[in-house]
Design a protein around this ligand. Structure first.
Ligand code: FES
Length: 83
């Protein structure tokens, strides 16, 4: 799911009922991570296949070499906020 935090595109992920958020912008060549496939806690960039751990932004496979920015998701009842 893609949302915007001010002007920043942020991808939201549901991993087994826990919510995580990263920048939507892949650190390799700006691919849209919200359009990638989520497998467990790994998001796979749709453009060149880089893999990131959505829980901490770490690169799990290239070609990306830099981690993706993460955000905290706070859920209060049925409302979720990215902070
Ligand atoms: S833009 Fe994401 S792997 Fe290239």
């Amino acid at each position: 799911m893609l949302v915007y935090l001010e002007d920043e595109p942020v991808a939201i992920y549901n991993v087994g009922g826990e919510f995580y958020a990263t920048s939507d912008v892949c650190t390799h060549a700006d691919g849209p991570l919200s359009e990638g496939k989520l497998k467990g806690n790994t998001i796979i960039c749709p453009w060149h296949g880089s893999c990131f751990d959505v829980t901490n932004g770490a690169v799990l496979c290239g070609p990306a070499t830099e981690p993706v920015k993460t955000y905290q998701v706070v859920v209060e009842g049925v409302i979720g906020r990215v902070v």
